[in-house]
Ligand binder design. Sequence first.
Ligand SMILES: C[S@@+](CC[C@H](N)C(=O)[O-])C[C@H]1O[C@@H](n2cnc3c(N)ncnc32)[C@H](O)[C@@H]1O
Length: 197
Amino acid sequence: MSSIALPYDAKAGPTKPEVRAVVQSKLALGPDDHFAEVGSCTGAVTIEAAQRAGRVTAVERKAERLETTEKNLEANAETIRADVELRNAEAPEGVPDDADALFLGGSRNFEAVLDHAVETGVDRIVMNVSRLEVAGKAAEAFRERDILEEVVQFQVSHGYELAGATSFDSDNPVYMLVGSAGGDDRSTATDGGEVTR
Ligand SMILES: C[S@@+](CC[C@H](N)C(=O)[O-])C[C@H]1O[C@@H](n2cnc3c(N)ncnc32)[C@H](O)[C@@H]1O
């Protein structure tokens, strides 16, 4: 599915290819977009974004993981179209003021990161969460800021051969919050913060 190479590994990553495909479809990046990622880790999401957007800013609090982002970016350099900036910082520090699309793969300080997104009018916001309690808090935080458009929960299973048939190994469930702080042209109607679609 994914055509990117990730020769360098880091604890906590990478986001699985099928999940990244949904992330990219929600971000809908184009060549005029500035994309920002909080928690770039292996760089898997940053690399795929850098194949689509014009500018990418990747923020990662752990220096060694940011080095992994950099090395994996280098391994995919031929496919990358964006200007990419890597920032070793703990968001909201380091998050640019002019992002069109924001992905939160790391959840530290996520409420402050969302406040920054609201202040700067980020058009597309996607946050992935694997822990149930954090997912609940994240959904609440999106609703409180009136930026929630969609909550998606999914779980991917991969088939393997067992006794001449196919059985499945399941990945962890993923909770995905999708929203916008980009003004009145939002695509989904909301009623009291609840998704009505
Ligand atoms: C689950 S991993 C992200 C995986 C990444 N999408 C990938 O494909 O490799 C979360 C990362 O976010 C980082 N992180 C968490 N909160 C952060 C914050 N507020 N600012 C910067 N990095 C953060 C963690 O250090 C960790 O590397």
